[in-house]
Design a protein around this ligand. Structure first.
Ligand code: NAP
Length: 247
């Protein structure tokens, strides 16, 4: 059986898009998932195909369980089976204190960042165990999980904390099936997520707080993700790797 498809949730922009490009270069057939950005996703696919890789864009909101299931069905229909998953899709809302967070926002952030990743990880594991080929899962957490994101996004930090605990527990459950589960913790990375949260200048304003003295790029996070997916990381599971310039 082949290596199988790599599903990258939120693969149309930012870190996810960089993961799609680098993983395709590493030989993965890639499912580029997106929620609303069809043009962005199609551009990523076109770039991969133009350089000899295999990729397909698949719409699906990871905050809706049935759409996560459908994403895996598409991957299997296209490439036979699923060998890798990157739980990358994630959202932030406007900076505020915890006292300023409404229930709707808390539930929306948890649903996309934590519950959506749970649905995808569960589906990946069920299928990987059934086909007996093993696989690799990488969860994209955040330095917000250990730092707490006080006065900004405690909801977001808590969702990433849940993702990290799931990473550790799941890695112990599925190691004997040849499935590795790891996470990366990006720090300040220059993507659209900050503008979407109303702080387009955030990475520059905080760059001095980073020991390496600058914000990171999506490609620098993607390098770590693709390594964790690869056979070079075959003895690595349950790891949470900061990619944060020392922050
Ligand atoms: P980004 O540039 O805002 O891109 C987010 C991606 O996620 C887009 O492709 C978006 O697709 C997709 N997405 C959003 N909601 C979705 C949903 N419900 N279902 C499916 N896809 C969805 O974000 P980024 O900075 O690359 O962040 C990627 C991951 O890294 C996130 O988990 C984030 O928490 C984490 N992270 C980022 C930073 C940073 O500084 N940038 C730091 C730490 C951790 P559409 O365009 O179609 O909506």
């Amino acid at each position: 059986m082949s290596r199988g498809a790599l599903i990258v949730t939120g693969g149309s922009r930012g870190i996810g898009a960089a993961v799609c490009r680098l993983a395709a270069r590493d030989g993965w057939p890639v499912i580029v998932n997106y929620r609303a950005g069809l043009c962005d996703a199609e551009a990523i696919v076109a770039g991969i195909v133009a350089t000899g890789g295999r990729a397909r864009a698949v719409q699906g909101d990871v905050g809706i369980e049935a759409e996560v299931m459908a994403l895996f069905d598409s991957a299997v229909a296209e490439y036979g089976h699923v060998g890798g998953l990157v739980n990358n899709a994630g959202i932030l809302d406007r900076a505020t204190t915890l006292a300023g967070i409404e229930t709707e926002r808390w539930e929306r952030v948890m649903r996309v960042n934590a519950t959506g990743s749970f649905w995808a990880a569960r589906e990946a594991v069920r299928r990987m165990v059934a086909d007996g080929q093993g696989g690799a899962i990488v969860n994209v957490s955040s330095m917000a999980a250990p730092l707490g994101a006080a006065n900004e996004f405690v909801d977001y930090a808590a969702s990433k904390g849940a993702l990290e605990s799931m990473t550790i527990g799941l890695s112990k459950e599925v190691g004997r099936h040849g499935i590795r589960v790891n996470a990366v913790r990006p720090g300040l990375i220059d993507t659209d997520i900050h503008a979407d949260a109303g702080r387009p200048d955030r990475v520059y304003a905080l760059a001095d707080t980073v020991p390496l003295g600058r914000a990171g790029t999506a490609e620098e996070v993607a390098e770590a993700v693709v390594w964790l997916l690869s056979d070079a990381a075959r003895y690595v599971t349950g790891a949470i790797l900061p990619v944060s310039g020392g922050r």
